[in-house]
Design a protein around this ligand. Sequence first.
Ligand code: ATP
Ligand code: MG
Length: 262
Amino acid sequence: MANGEEKTERIDYILEIKGLEKDFGGIKAVRDCTLSVKRGTITGIIGPNGAGKTSLFNLISGFYQPDKGEIWFNSERIDSLKPHQICQRRLMRTFQIARELQKMTVMENLTLIPHNQLGENLVNIWLPPGAIREQEKEIREKAFEVLNFIEIFHLKDEYAGNLSVGQKTLLEIARTMMADPEMILLDEPGAGVNKSLMKKLVADIRKLNLTGKTFLLIEHDMDLVMNLCNPIIVMTEGSKLMEGSAHEIKKDKRVLEAYLGV
Ligand SMILES: Nc1ncnc2c1ncn2[C@@H]1O[C@H](COP(=O)(O)OP(=O)(O)OP(=O)(O)O)[C@@H](O)[C@H]1O
Ligand SMILES: [Mg+2]
């Protein structure tokens, strides 16, 4: 490096949140919240009930408008964008499978995803039918690829409503994968998931992370967080209390106090 040049490495943040606030009729769900997520990490968010974790996700994904503050994704300000515009920028969150989708198979759940499906678009009346078939074929191929990657191919013809909690979580992740996200937000993916599927969930998240996807996940299951996430952000009363490795979090007195409400 040439003389006098900056030696400190610039950290590559995929997501940056600055001074974020959200008030619900006097309850400050999120207050002066500032945090950043490094590209390529599996970052965890923990914190007591009501700390504002889910509200923060709703703000990031555009479902709530912040009262104050900024959200930046890939160096673009996104806090006034609509949810679909945020998805288009490849920042996705998982959703519980909606009631209508429970009656459809896993495969149908995946192939219904892309919004720009040519076949659904009126404008494409003018397109030759071959183009529509070609895109449908591409979507099916993509679905097969995702099912194989998440290793739920054997469930492809099962109705979503018949899946176990853990299998539904895997399907939710598979659905986001159809849109090729860069970053995925998961709100308590481990909730209600049995031990063996939990292992699979962890393995799938790791595998996706190795392909370059960044994860931000809220979780109450400490084993899951400690074993999967680095760094871990601790939220209390709407803002970040601290951030560190599992080891650092475990020995921090403030974290214990936050949980015990001292
Ligand atoms: N849409 C809403 N309207 C009114 N109050 C809300 C709304 N969403 C969240 N809150 C309030 O904001 C605070 C933070 O809630 P939030 O759900 O974000 O917490 P959380 O950290 O996700 O909690 P948990 O760990 O229990 O899921 C709570 O006091 C909650 O009651
Ligand atoms: Mg929550």
